[in-house]
Ligand binder design. Structure first.
Ligand code: SAH
Ligand code: SF4
Ligand code: F3S
Length: 444
């Protein structure tokens, strides 16, 4: 019998791409391929790419050059995901050793496209399919502790800096019943945590059910202990959603709430559709309903026209809100987006953006450092996720998304543990196991 052909997929970008890679691997393994962990010697090599910033694309270009030297003469290289969608046939012209370019809605045809490419047919498949959710695919998951479940594809917001509406097309939601069925499967496979994914996940609407219905339905699937969702848009936090969060005990006390800027003027130019006050009000409503809520965010600095005063408002908003963490980015001009058409004179020089980025990182870190030192000695339930990068430790997460490193055997991965925080770098924590006393009545 001939050996099964092998496939290697390298993933860039956001969790949506990780989830798509899981779907692609599921599809290809069921079509007769074996998944391998290294590109060397693989019959099929796919880069599942991101187009969000120029840097993300440059990494892929560099990697494609590198792979050219490592590929077997008869192996096939393909580019999938957002950069594939953005560049389409241009990629085939630019990189002659690439034979497949497949956008995010084209993975259903993956086995036949790959077979074709192995016979020498080069194609770019970048048609959107607004019905596509890959319902009949069985994802081959990387993570066996928490399951990433896509509930929505595409995006209907049109933030002026953002390429995602171009690379992922219009927003569409999976049916609630399909998401619930996948959640039940995940529990049957031994997982207890689920993260629902969408670009503006709280605008989820399947024609009948909204995200509030979805949180309640998924959050009460027997066996689920933790439910998260990412990323919500501030404008889609209806009272119903907030109530569903507060009233569903499995929904964790953490929200990743992208702010992008603290300046109303900049937010307007970004077409974020909320003001600084609107964002603050959203935070206040969430915190009123979920008192222990922890917030993280995304922020862009150096958006065209951002003045020092605008940036100062971003810093003050961070101080006012106290994010536990922030993903911070320098604005990157993306071809075809409205921000690239803003006057040249408004472009923020790279050194100014770089300096703002540093001040922003310092501000966020200083805030969370103070909070984190205050947590020494406190007790938490963590889910053990994986071995820590350093030492013999394991990495666990609290419900509110803090990382705690604890000693222990790898067999504990996937289980819950009660720990006391014994140390902190200011960012991550170390902890020691304690007996679960939380359920006992208070002494005295
Ligand atoms: N849908 C999510 C964001 C997805 S992209 C949301 O709206 O919240 C992840 C982050 O990348 C964004 O929140 C933004 O902070 C950043 N980003 C997007 N486009 C960018 C660009 N052109 N330059 C720099 N950062 C960008
Ligand atoms: Fe991009 Fe805005 Fe859509 Fe997020 S909401 S994916 S930032 S267009
Ligand atoms: Fe990147 Fe596409 Fe995600 S552009 S951030 S991989 S949706």
């Amino acid at each position: 019998m001939l050996p099964r052909p092998t496939v290697f997929i390298e993933t860039y970008g956001c969790q949506m791409n990780v989830s798509d890679t899981e779907l692609m691997l599921g599809k290809l393994t069921s079509a007769g391929y074996d998944a391998v962990d290294v590109p060397d010697g693989a019959d099929v090599i796919l880069l599942n790419t991101c187009a969000i910033r120029d840097h993300a694309e440059q990494r892929v270009i560099g990697r494609l050059g590198e792979l050219k030297r490592h590929m077997k003469p008869d192996s096939v290289i393909g580019v999938t995901g957002c950069m594939a969608q953005r560049l389409g046939p241009r990629l085939l012209e630019q990189a002659k050793h690439v034979s497949l370019v497949i956008g995010p809605d084209g993975y259903r045809e993956l086995p036949s496209l790959v077979d074709g490419a192995r016979r020498g047919v080069r194609v770019a498949a970048t048609r959107f399919d607004l019905e596509e959710h890959y319902e009949d695919f069985t994802p081959r998951r990387f993570d066996n502790v928490k399951a990433w479940i896509p509930v929505q594809r595409g995006c209907d917001y049109k933030c002026t800096y953002c390429i995602v509406p171009t690379t992922r097309g219009s927003e569409r939601s999976r049916k609630l019943a399909d998401v619930v069925r996948e959640t039940q499967q995940v529990v049957a496979d031994g997982m207890t945590e689920v993260v629902l994914l969408g670009q503006t996940v709280n605008s989820y609407f399947d024609g009948t059910h909204d995200i509030a219905d979805l949180l309640r339905a998924v959050g009460t699937v027997p066996g689920i202990r933790r439910l998260r969702y990412t990323s919500p848009h501030p404008n889609d936090f209806s009272d119903r959603v907030i109530a569903a969060m507060a009233e569903t005990p499995t929904v964790c006390e953490h929200v990743h709430l992208p702010m992008q800027s603290g300046s109303t003027r900049t937010l307007k130019r970004m077409l974020r559709r909320y003001t600084r006050d609107g964002f603050m009000e959203c935070v206040a409503r969430l915190r009123a309903a979920i008192p222990k809520l922890v917030l993280t965010t995304d922020i862009i600095v150096g958006f065209p026209g951002e003045t020092e005063d605008d940036f100062a408002e971003t810093l003050s908003a961070c101080r006012e809100i106290g994010f536990m963490d922030a993903f911070t980015f320098k604005f990157s001009a993306r071809e075809g987006t409205p921000a690239t058409r803003m006057p040249e004179s408004e472009m923020v020089p790279d050194d100014v953006a770089g300096e703002r980025l540093q001040r922003l990182v310092d501000t966020v870190r200083a805030m969370s450092r103070d909070v984190n030192f205050g947590l020494l000695g406190s007790r938490h339930e963590i889910l053990i996720e994986k071995p820590a990068k350093r030492g013999e430790l394991l990495q666990g997460r609290t419900r509110d998304y803090r990382t705690i490193l604890v000693p222990g055997d790898k067999s504990l991965i996937g289980s819950y543990m009660h720990v006391e925080i014994t140390g902190t770098t200011g960012h991550t924590f170390t902890g020691a196991p304690v007996a679960n006393r939380m359920a006992l009545p208070l002494a005295g």
